[in-house]
Design a protein. Structure first.
Length: 255
């Protein structure tokens, strides 16, 4: 099913395809516009090229067979209740608003999750999973937990997090990862991350102007490079239940 300009302003659109759901033509405008959207297919949603939507809530986006999801909301932010693939990568973007993610799960091997906000907006994560693969989140503003619980908000072997105004600054962000390849705050904002199980290797964690708090539960916390920039921006490192804190280059100059 190929969509060019499908609109139900303020209402619901439900699309179910035996094949894929793709854009008809190629432009930057919204291909589907509605308040609430439900998209189901067998072989992909925007897999051939990014599908643009203008919605308040993406209640469901699911691919039941082999195929990716690639969706971008064009304005005002997007709340994603559920986005899942059986065997495919997931790419989600929101322009000019928050990207709120209740459940995002990429199934299959080598199937990564990529999350972005552009112009403005937080990425707020509830349960984002790419088991054995990579989750990358890049926020124009902050990366924060959606809600508050002790469960992992992001689960993946490799995790990359970049934000302008904080990562877990409003409340501790829980992850379940093997390697935190990169966590960086480019503007002013703190970083507060806890790994929920098995230990964590941190390749790089840096702030331009913010404190850094890192914790690992039941395993080692291995730190290659950790640098807190700014004045009175301290670093706090801990392991709980068990585990060493193994330091390579940890720096909070003057703090």
């Amino acid at each position: 099913m190929n969509v060019g300009n499908v609109t139900a302003t303020g209402d619901d659109i439900t699309i179910t395809s035996a094949g894929a759901i793709e854009e008809l033509g190629a432009d930057a405008a919204a291909d589907i516009t509605s308040a609430i959207m439900n998209l189901s297919s067998a072989t992909g949603i925007g897999a051939a090229a990014q599908l643009e939507i203008n919605a308040t809530t993406l209640t469901n986006a699911s691919v039941s067979g082999t195929g990716a999801i690639n969706l971008s909301d064009t304005a005002g932010g997007l709340a994603v209740t559920s986005a899942t693939t059986n065997d495919g990568a997931i790419t989600l973007n929101a322009t000019g608003g928050d990207l709120d993610l209740t459940t995002v799960t990429a199934g299959g091997t080598g199937r990564n999750v990529t999350l972005t906000t552009t112009s403005s907006g937080n990425i707020n994560v509830g349960n984002v999973t790419a088991a054995g693969d990579t989750v990358t989140a890049t926020a124009a503003d902050a990366i924060e937990e959606l809600g508050a619980d002790a469960g992992a908000d992001i689960t993946a072997t490799n995790i990359n997090l970049t934000a302008d105004s904080g990562i877990g600054a409003a409340g501790q962000l829980e992850i379940d990862g093997t390697t935190l390849t990169n966590a960086s705050v480019t503007g002013t904002g703190a970083m507060n991350i806890s790994d929920t199980a098995g230990g964590l290797a941190v390749t790089s964690a840096t702030t331009n102007n913010g404190a850094i708090t890192l914790n690992a539960i039941s395993g080692n916390l291995d730190l290659t490079t950790v640098t807190a920039g700014g004045n009175n921006r301290n670093i706090s490192l801990s392991t709980t239940t068990s585990g060493n804190v193994n330091v390579g280059n940890v720096t909070a100059t003057g703090d």
